[in-house]
Design a protein around this ligand. Structure first.
Ligand code: GLN
Length: 480
């Protein structure tokens, strides 16, 4: 068995045909992590014993003739801001270094029910704030294609684990691009579902009106399988919804997919995009045209405000969400504080890294009386205009195609001293979560960048709850 070639779909077939056991597969992955993660740094916590035990249960189920879910025995990497009962969930922060989850996140509960296997918890930018996994309080995750470059972020650990063959698939969270951007940098598939389709219960909140959990996989087909397993209404998350996803059927007909019209937003093809990215996106368009898809130029005129709006709304929500981390609840306790206020100050000053502190300060400022209307309320209004842009464009086309990032993976350290240049790398991924729509990053191939080769991807954005459209086009592209 060559685990590099496995997909969720082929693993399932192999288990049923008894080509290998779930235990053997999991052991191979444990070995791969032992051998390679020194160089990549994808994992923060390993779960070897639990993983082997879970795999053994899958084998027992097979032996007992039980019906197997497509995810049974699939070894997964889980971003360390999601809770797995009894396992630390640090969010890559010193603040939560010793915090052990008391319950399972809903996505984890669902995947346990399907008998998936968890290999461990992966690295991220602290509390999912960043675009390179350099903001982790523990270590930087390196890009498996070039160790001098970032894996992207904030879900860099899960993306790198899948790309380096250290997990068959993974989970990440996307608030402004944290699934799609690292997926693009590492050459794997990453999808952010429609806001509300996947429960956020047990996901350590960053910005609650934007956060969504989604899959990292090697293929679009696998992303579909994993997405279906984690979606659905949850009593623990009031923003989750059970919608009949129209036209969402598990396997839409190719003839129907082919009828979908693809829009190209002129505001996304700006100066300063790396030539490798332009080439990659053009190649994807050419392939899709060959498959018979029709294209049309569309306009999303408020795109230019997306970054500003995001950097007001997101920190506002961050500042309120992180207020609960006071050094009393959720572990961490700096010794020697004599007064309550001193305890708060000491814990928060030592527990949070510089980027987290920056965003808490910014968020507290935009929410403060006197500034609330000028910043936060205004940003919410512009957010509505950005959503309306998409509503208008989706009257003319079904799906929108764009680059995922302006450049391929950048060098480690290249942007750390200039937060603004880091923020700008999310310019194409931020509008979708602001509008709440689904979006997927699909790898094209590697292109020459400098003296090496790096993956380039394209993005498909769909209407609310039309995951079937972007997945359907993605699957056809992939088959081609
Ligand atoms: N890179 C973006 C940020 O720094 C997005 C993060 C995310 O999606 N979690 O906020």
């Amino acid at each position: 068995m060559d685990i590099k070639k496995l997909t969720i779909a082929s693993l399932h077939e192999g288990l049923i045909a008894k080509d290998f056991s779930a235990r053997e597969v999991t052991q191979e992955y444990v070995k791969a992590i032992d051998a390679n993660d020194k160089n990549v740094g994808a994992y923060l916590t390993r779960m070897n014993d639990a993983a082997i035990a879970a795999a053994a249960e899958v084998d027992a189920a097979i032996a007992a003739g039980k019906e197997l879910s497509p995810l049974a025995g699939v070894p997964l990497a889980v971003k360390d801001n999601m809770l797995i009962k009894g396992v630390t969930a640090t969010s890559a922060s010193k603040m939560l270094e010793h915090y052990e989850a008391a319950y399972d996140a809903t996505v984890i509960e669902k995947l346990k029910f399907e008998r998936a296997v968890f290999l461990g918890k992966t690295n991220l930018d602290e509390f999912a704030m960043g675009s390179s996994t350099e903001n982790s309080a523990f270590h930087v995750t390196k890009n498996p294609h070039d160790g001098t470059r970032v894996a992207g972020g904030s879900s860099g650990g899960s993306a790198a684990a899948v790309a380096a063959g250290m997990a068959l698939a993974g989970l990440g969270s996307d608030t402004g691009g944290s699934i799609r951007q690292p997926a693009a940098f590492c050459g794997v598939v990453g999808m952010k579902p429609t806001y509300g389709t996947v429960s956020r219960f047990g996901l350590t909140a960053m910005a609650s009106s934007l956060d969504q959990i989604g899959p990292f996989t090697k293929t679009v087909e696998d992303a579909k399988i994993l997405f279906h397993a984690i979606k659905g209404k949850d009593v623990h998350d009031a923003t989750s919804i059970d919608v009949v996803m129209k036209p969402f059927h598990y396997a839409p007909k190719k003839e129907d997919i082919k009828k979908l019209k693809i829009g190209i937003p002129k505001e996304y093809f700006i100066e300063g995009i790396d030539p490798a990215v332009t080439k990659g996106v053009e190649e994807a368009i050419t392939k899709l045209k060959k498959l018979g898809f029709t294209f049309k130029e569309v306009s999303l005129p408020h795109t230019k405000y997306a970054l500003s709006v995001y950097y007001i709304i997101m920190p506002a929500e961050v500042s309120t969400n992180l207020a609960r981390l006071d050094g009393i609840r959720y572990s961490r306790d700096v010794k020697g504080a004599k007064k309550l206020n001193e305890l708060y100050l000491k814990n928060r000053a030592h527990g949070f890294g510089p980027e987290t502190r920056r965003r808490v300060l910014l968020g507290t400022f935009v929410l403060s009386s006197g500034y609330y209307d000028a910043y936060y309320a205004k940003a919410q209004k512009v957010r509505r205009l950005i959503k309306q842009d998409f509503d208008e464009a989706f009257k003319e086309v079904d799906v929108i195609l764009s680059p995922v990032t302006p450049t391929p993976a950048f060098k480690i350290g290249e942007k750390t001293s200039d937060p603004l240049s880091m923020y700008l790398s999310d310019i194409f991924t931020i509008p979708a979560p602001l509008a709440g729509i689904p979006a997927i990053s699909i790898p094209v191939k590697k292109y020459t960048v400098g003296s090496g080769e790096l993956p380039v991807a394209f993005q498909l954005m769909g209407k609310h709850f039309h995951e079937a459209d972007i997945l359907g086009i993605g699957e056809m592209y992939e088959e081609e």
